[in-house]
Design a protein around this ligand. Structure first.
Ligand code: AMP
Length: 728
């Protein structure tokens, strides 16, 4: 038999758990010392590698050859430490610790590990998540999933204390990081993460450092030692501060003694009050995060049903007291903060994986428009869930994902947000860019992905640069092409970028690179890309069948006239067609704006019959076949055409002869058909009602605008349009 386990890979302590097959209850698997938690410390000594309390004691005594708190540096390529001439990254060290855990779990249970769920702080960025995944794989673990620590804790808590509609605030203060997460318990046993926030550089270590400063001041007053000049004495105080801190969680004051090299024995008194006074600002920082989180979730303090404490640092009594002041109730004491995370991960290890969701919020001008569910239902009484199968977890993205883009007015670089923060994951979103290739150029597109929601791109984390290569130059349409880019946050919160050209169903090559050292160009105005005007030959064909009578046709005519107004007729010639049972060319290609507008206004419902017997693509092709310059046809329809197959074939013929086609539809129009008659997905536009046609034409106007194109090698502008995602 083999088992699935959960591992809490903590900054200071780690733990492993599994769901006991006999009882169906999650249990911690003790380490070889019989302890439930293992210090995340490694000691390299005399060619041996030690873990557990021996390594921790050596570290606390300041012995050389020890590595600790390496989780704080996950995802950085830098060397974390060099011991005995060998260098280790944080990832290498994490891998060694995970291998130690894997070995003791297999020895203790007598079973092979089939799969593992590993936890990370909710606020971990994609690079840190990837590093964790690789570390586990290097340790020989088959990783089923990476989940967020607060969610794991809520899972183990929720198993025995399910309260339908409860809003649980998980306050996770560990050794190196701080996260606060709001989780909603839904009726069907689903835990939905609502919002998560955190600070990567706030944790128990900061309290240790403050205590160290207090102790140094006291010992200095007592002995006259100048700790700046005595590194050995400094090391002694540094080594004791965490122990003293933990002691102050149990008793309110005591005497601390030390033996300093050039002085001898000395002792000072320390009290919890002094410690709390010297660290109250750190606690307030966590409180600010909690308030911000509640605001962001759109609820009030009183709507928080319970506060759940996770992470070793929540054992400091000041944490509970402070949170009780904020929330008006004592935090829950039901879970062991050191074990809850591993137990929750063990529950998750027994579950299947979730399906991808499409983007369910609209990101508009970089403001997120969220469809917030109502998290304020009546909280039902607590109950035990009847079995592990009923609890499911829905995680969210802690950081928004964006890309560096040129602002709409072309004056600066901005972070164009693609997937907002706090959106359920796994999630995909795809954008289409109008791209112009050249025959001899290197047709490559650069994408800089960001994590964060600051408008200034350089205030966010820029994890990767991606280069899309293999873009084909299509001379028949003068290199005009659409590149669709799909951005994914997978189930583990890891980023993936894929790209496709036009309607191709195979992916282009996307290479991930390190972000160049010097990216200061993004803080300067973008180089102006001169619009290269090109002659445009445009045909607009409008459905005049019976269903367009009245408002639909009036709205369509208005939208077409507004669109024509915006075109630059120094470079444009337009033709107008009416189509239903027959196709009639109301106006041949004309460079007179007023003539085109008059032609649109002259169109009447039913002028070519009241049904949809035909399509206009043959007429479009013969009108544009011999023209020079760009050729573009817009076909506007409100319903379903009778000869769709013929229309699709004829539209393809148009595309093959270099005519770009766009299907705009509304009302009962068949969306698939719109895609089939369009030369690419971005040109297929469906709107709900005829009053939205102006927006549809606006989108086309953007893709027709010369300056909205990215030249080969260029950086994407804001002109990207949302398109359908695809299966990876
Ligand atoms: P974690 O990252 O969740 O393993 O939390 C480890 C942090 O919790 C370290 O900074 C520890 O010093 C701190 N910690 C553990 N136990 C206590 C305690 N009894 N009082 C105060 N801090 C503690």
């Amino acid at each position: 038999m083999s088992i699935s386990i959960g591992i809490d890979l903590g900054t200071t302590y780690s733990a492993a758990a599994y769901v006991n097959p006999q009882t169906g209850i999650p249990e911690i698997i003790p380490n070889p010392e019989g302890k439930k938690i293992t210090p995340s410390v490694i000691q390299f000594i005399n060619g041996k590698i030690l873990f557990g309390s021996e390594a921790e004691e050596a570290f606390n005594e300041g012995a050389s050859g020890c590595a600790a708190t390496f989780k704080r540096s996950m995802g950085t390529d830098g060397i974390y430490c060099t011991i005995g001439g060998k260098s280790y990254t944080a990832e290498n060290l994490s891998s060694m610790l995970l291998k130690y855990i894997k070995d003791y779990v297999e020895a203790e249970t007598g079973e092979k590990i089939k799969e593992a769920v590993i936890t990370v702080p909710a606020y971990f960025y994609a690079v840190e998540r990837e590093a964790t995944l690789r570390a586990a794989q290097d340790a020989g673990l088959n990783v089923k999933k990476i989940i967020d620590e607060p969610n794991a804790a809520a899972m183990s808590y929720g198993l025995n204390h399910w309260r339908e509609n409860a809003n649980i605030l998980v306050y996770d203060l560990g050794g190196g990081t701080f996260d606060v997460t709001l989780i909603h318990m839904q009726g069907n046993g689903e835990l939905q993460t609502v919002v998560t926030r955190g600070d990567h550089f706030l944790g128990g270590r900061d309290w240790d450092n403050r205590l160290q400063d207090i102790l140094i001041r006291k010992f200095s007053d007592e002995t006259g030692i100048d700790f700046h000049d005595e590194p050995e004495s400094l090391r002694i105080v540094r080594g004791m501060s965490e122990r003293v801190k933990k002691q102050l969680s149990r008793i309110t004051s005591f005497e601390v003694s030390a033996d300093f090299p050039n002085y001898g024995k000395a002792s000072v008194d320390i009290s919890r009050d002094e410690f709390e006074a010297g660290t109250s600002d750190l606690l307030r920082r966590t409180g600010d995060f909690c308030r911000g989180l509640i605001d962001e979730a759109g609820i009030k303090i009183k709507d928080v049903t319970d506060v759940l404490l996770v992470g070793g640092s929540t054992r400091m009594p000041a944490v509970s007291n402070y949170l009780a002041e904020i929330f008006g109730k004592k935090p829950l004491a039901h879970v062991n903060p050191d074990e809850a995370v591993a137990l929750g991960a063990a529950i998750q290890a027994t579950k299947g994986n979730e399906e991808y969701v499409g983007l369910s919020v609209i990101v508009k001008d970089n403001h997120k428009v969220t469809e917030r569910k109502n998290f304020l239902g009546l909280v039902k009484p607590e109950r035990k869930l009847t079995g592990l199968e009923v609890i499911t977890l829905r995680e969210t993205t802690a950081h928004a994902m964006g890309m560096i883009a040129v602002s709409q007015d072309g004056t600066r670089y901005i972070n164009d947000i693609i997937i907002p923060a706090n959106h359920p994951r796994p999630v995909r979103a795809a954008k289409a860019f109008s791209f112009r290739t050249s025959l001899r150029g290197n047709n490559e597109m650069e994408i800089y992905v960001l994590q964060g929601d600051k408008i200034n791109p350089l205030e966010n984390l820029i994890p990767f640069k991606y280069t899309v290569t293999g873009i084909e130059h299509k001379s028949e349409i003068k290199g005009r092409t659409i590149i669709k880019v799909q951005y994914t946050y997978d189930t583990n919160g890891i980023i993936k970028v894929e790209a496709r050209q036009d309607n191709s169903t195979s992916n282009l090559t996307v290479t991930r690179e390190h972000v160049p050292e010097d990216i200061s160009k993004f803080s300067r105005p973008p180089e102006k890309i001169e619009a290269k005007p090109q002659n445009l030959n445009l045909v607009m064909a409008v459905d005049v069948s019976g269903s367009m009578i009245g408002k639909p046709l009036d709205d369509a005519k208005q939208a077409m006239c507004d669109f024509i107004e915006k075109l630059d007729f120094d470079y444009t010639r337009a033709a107008i067609m009416a189509v239903s049972d027959r196709t009639e060319t109301v106006c041949l290609l004309s460079s007179s704006k007023s003539r085109c507008i008059r032609a649109v206004n002259s169109i009447e419902c039913g002028q070519t019959g009241y049904e949809n017997e035909t399509h206009p693509f043959n007429e479009i092709e013969s009108l544009l076949a011999n023209e020079e310059g760009r050729k573009f046809a817009i076909v506007l329809a409100d319903g379903v055409w009778q000869r769709q197959d013929k229309a699709v074939k004829a539209a393809r013929m148009c595309n093959n002869s270099g005519i770009e086609t766009s299907g705009i539809g509304f009302g009962h129009a068949d969306e698939k058909f719109l895609h089939d008659i369009s030369s690419n997905d971005a040109n297929a536009i469906f709107v709900q009602g005829s009053e939205d046609l102006g927006r549809a034409f606006g989108t086309i106007a953007q893709s027709l605008g010369g300056s909205s194109e990215i030249d080969g090698g260029g950086l994407t502008g804001l002109q990207a349009q949302d398109v359908q995602t695809w299966e990876s």
